[in-house]
Design a protein around this ligand. Structure first.
Ligand SMILES: Nc1ncnc2c1ncn2[C@@H]1O[C@H](COP(=O)(O)OP(=O)(O)OP(=O)(O)O)[C@@H](O)[C@H]1O
Ligand SMILES: [Mg+2]
Length: 450
């Protein structure tokens, strides 16, 4: 038991009250005592105990009535009832009303101790699971994005999550396919069962086959013992086949069979093994081309493609950038113990104009780098890499007037110099062959403070 627990004893008979009290203290718990149902309710309202020991026979509000009241109010409190010898019916009735267990009177101290410990341990476990689930929820709530395109994708997977239907996640590198796969799992009833990811890139047929389906002892040289595959280990849960477009062809057939029958043999085995797994696959490849070139089985594609979800590249949803930037500044500041708390308008404009070939992963890397190398509280343009800053020039200069283009060029030239000098303006001025004061004035005229 990790912390000191408070146990509420509800009993109208002083001698048996005292006896219970002594025993409970001996287990190392704190005690509150009540002599009837009303007192018990008051005590529960004042400080929710971790466990209640309840005598069923009491004047005024009796034990059974108290149980019903608590149930009605939805009070989440483990209860052990203490029943007169021989009144099993009452014990059963009490369990129906939500009691966790019962102890017959006169009670054996050892028995009492075992039951109390069991309940408290169960409560500990429940709490641990709650904390873990909350943590996981928080992590996978990380599907950040308010854009319409992103909302559409989230909406689709939210709807699909509770079913067992296979989901195919498509999208460029770094668009969040893995984060989505984990989110789907955590939004399904399988969330307490394993989520097992397997990356199909670069694995030979033999290796991938034994990874997925396991092998029997002696199936091949080096198979010294039986090994269960990921499909078997994930029973009841979700298997994430990452980079499915890269699965070697010989294995595509075996995967197809598995998807059709939901059963397989371990490598070197003959026994059919059945498992219940949800399949989520992902790829950044163009599967249509792969199919037309005969590199990917069309029937396998259809099996996987029950619910296709395409994650839009970041350049098609610049409206998501501010929220992502906030999230990453927060995250990396905490991780690096830095004091960053926000971003300057100027820097944010640069980030939203850049076209992010590496998508969210690249954005995360840029922010992490800026936070780790720079100092806060605001993330300024000079914290950002030159490649991001100069994007302004390349992108939007098509429809600009001469003056506007010149300004854009000037801005990116100056920002790049400041960036190369790690924010040191004197050094930046030197590298440009300008006086520092002049550089400062230029920056100011461009609205680049800080
Ligand atoms: N919508 C999002 N909200 C928060 N973080 C995101 C989001 N999308 C992606 N990320 C982050 O970006 C990084 C890349 O995401 P992820 O690994 O899911 O991409 P991917 O599509 O699987 O890429 P690849 O095809 O290269 O494997 C991760 O660090 C992830 O946490
Ligand atoms: Mg991935």
């Amino acid at each position: 038991m990790t912390t000191l627990r408070r146990i509420l004893i509800v009993d109208d008979d002083p001698p048996s009250q005292r006896l219970l009290q002594v025993r409970v203290r001996a287990i190392g718990c704190q005690v509150t005592v009540a002599s009837d149902g009303h007192e018990a309710l008051a005590a529960i309202e004042q400080e929710l105990p971790d466990l209640m020991l309840l005598d069923l026979e009491m004047p005024r509000m009796g034990g059974m009535e108290l149980l019903r009241t608590l149930k009605q109010r939805g009070v989440d409190l483990p209860i052990i009832v203490i029943t007169a010898h021989g009144s099993i019916d009452a014990a059963v009735e009490a369990m129906k009303e939500g009691a966790y267990d019962f102890i017959p009177k006169p009670f054996d101290p050892k028995h009492l101790e075992i039951v109390v410990r069991k309940v408290l341990e169960r409560e500990d476990l429940k709490r641990d699971i709650e904390i873990l689930t909350e943590e996981a929820d928080r992590r996978y709530r990380l599907v950040i994005g308010e854009s319409r395109r992103m909302n559409d994708a989230v909406e689709t997977v939210r709807k699909a999550a509770p079913s067992k239907a296979s989901i195919l996640l498509l999208g460029e590198s770094g668009t969040g396919k893995e984060i989505f796969a984990r989110a789907i799992h955590s939004w399904s009833e399988r969330k307490d069962k394993p989520f097992i990811a397997i990356n199909c890139v670069g694995l030979s047929k033999e290796l991938l086959e034994s990874e997925l389906f396991g092998h029997e002892k002696g199936a091949f040289t080096g198979a010294l013992s039986l090994k269960k595959g990921k499909m078997e280990l994930a029973h009841g849960g979700t298997v994430f086949l990452d980079e499915i477009g890269d699965v070697v062809q010989e294995l595509q057939t075996k995967l197809l069979r598995f998807l059709q029958e939901r059963e397989f043999e371990r490598v070197g085995g003959t026994k059919q093994i059945q498992v219940d797994v949800r399949i989520i696959a992902a790829t950044n490849r163009d599967l249509a081309t792969a199919i037309s070139q005969g590199r990917f089985r069309e029937d396998l594609f259809h099996r996987l493609n029950v619910i296709p979800v395409t994650l839009p590249p970041l350049r098609q949803r610049p409206e998501d950038i501010p929220a992502l930037v906030d999230h990453f500044i927060d995250k990396f500041s905490k991780e690096a113990k830095k004091q960053f708390s926000g971003i300057s308008q100027e820097a944010l404009v640069s980030l939203t104009r850049y076209d992010w070939p590496g998508n969210v992963r690249e954005l995360a890397n840029v922010i992490e780098r800026s936070v780790v190398l720079g100092s806060g509280p605001m993330l300024m343009p000079h914290h950002l890499p030159a490649s991001v800053l100069s994007s302004i020039t390349e992108q939007k200069s098509d429809n600009l007037s001469y003056r506007e283009s010149m300004e854009v060029h000037r801005r990116s030239l100056l920002l790049a110099a400041v960036d190369r000098a790690h924010g040191n303006r004197a050094a930046a001025a030197r590298s440009l062959g300008l006086h520092e004061k002049y550089l400062l004035r230029l920056l100011k005229s461009l609205g680049i403070g800080g």
